[in-house]
Ligand binder design. Structure first.
Ligand code: CA
Length: 227
C-alpha cells in the first residue's frame, strides 16, 4: 500500500514517514500544497495524509481540487485546526477522516488501517479470505491457522492483493503501489515474489491472468471475505 504524506513540519514529516514505513507502507512525502497536489494528481495512492496549513496551497484547496478532478483515494486530514467549523470544512471538501494535532502515532496508524480496509470493503483489521488470515495490525499471516513467515515485500504484495481480492491487478499497478518513487522499478521481480508467496501459502491462491496480471481469490471464499 502506497501512502502520500503532505506535511510541511519537517520533524513531524520525518517521524511519520518512519512510523508508516515501519508499519509496512510505501511512503512518498511532500512539504507544500503544490507539490502534494501534483503527486496526488499524478501518482496512484491508496491513502493520503494531508496537513491543512501548508505553504503555497492550503490543504483544503488541495483536497477540493483532487475531488473536483475525480481523485477518489481516501484522505485523512491532519491538522492543528480543531474547531468544529474547520472539521466541517475538511469533510465537506472530501476528507474521509480527521485527526487533530497533537495526536498519538498509534492512533494515526489505526485510522490509516481503517481507511484502507474500508476502501477494500473489510470491516475489521483481521482479513479472512478462505484459509488465509491477515492481521493487518500486526502484519501477521496465517494459513489454515498456521503462522507463515513472510519478508516485508512479500507481505506488502499479499496485503495489496488481499485488499483487491477477486480483482485482476496488473504488474504495473503492483510496482506502483509496492515501491516508492526512487526505487528501480522492475516488474519482473513481482513475478519472483508471487512465486515465493505461492510456495509459502498455497500454489493456487494467486492466479495468473495471462497478459493482465494477478488475482487473489479462494474458491467459495467471497462470502466469508465480507464478514
Ligand atoms: Ca502545517
Amino acid at each position: 500500500m502506497r501512502i502520500l504524506l503532505v506535511e510541511d513540519d519537517r520533524d513531524l514529516q520525518r517521524l511519520l514517514k518512519k512510523a508508516l514505513s515501519d508499519a509496512g507502507y510505501v511512503v512518498d512525502t511532500a512539504g507544500d500544497g503544490e507539490e502534494g497536489h501534483f503527486l496526488g494528481d499524478t501518482e496512484p495512492y491508496d491513502a493520503v495524509i494531508l496537513d491543512l496549513g501548508l505553504p503555497k496551497l492550503d490543504g483544503v484547496r488541495v483536497l477540493e481540487k483532487w475531488r473536483k478532478d475525480g481523485r477518489k483515494m481516501p484522505v485523512l486530514i491532519l491538522t492543528a485546526r480543531d474547531r468544529w467549523s474547520d472539521k466541517v470544512a475538511g469533510f465537506d471538501a472530501g476528507a474521509d477522516d480527521y485527526l487533530a494535532k497533537p495526536f498519538y502515532t498509534e492512533e494515526l496508524l489505526a485510522r490509516v488501517r481503517a481507511l484502507l480496509r474500508r476502501a477494500a470493503g473489510f470491516a475489521t483489521s483481521e482479513i479472512e479470505i478462505g484459509p488465509l488470515q491477515i492481521d493487518t495490525r500486526a502484519s501477521r499471516v496465517t494459513m489454515d491457522g498456521n503462522p507463515v513467515k513472510l519478508t516485508s515485500l512479500e507481505y506488502r504484495l499479499l496485503a495489496y492483493l488481499a485488499h483487491h481480492r477477486g480483482k485482476v491487478v496488473s504488474r504495473t499497478e503492483l510496482v506502483e503501489h509496492l515501491y516508492d518513487q526512487d526505487f528501480d522499478r522492475d516488474s519482473n521481480t513481482i513475478e519472483v515474489f508471487v512465486g515465493r508467496l505461492r510456495k509459502k501459502l498455497d500454489p493456487n491462491l494467486i492466479q495468473t491472468v495471462r497478459g493482465l496480471g494477478y488475482c487473489l481469490e479462494v474458491p467459495g471464499a467471497s462470502d466469508r471475505a465480507e464478514a
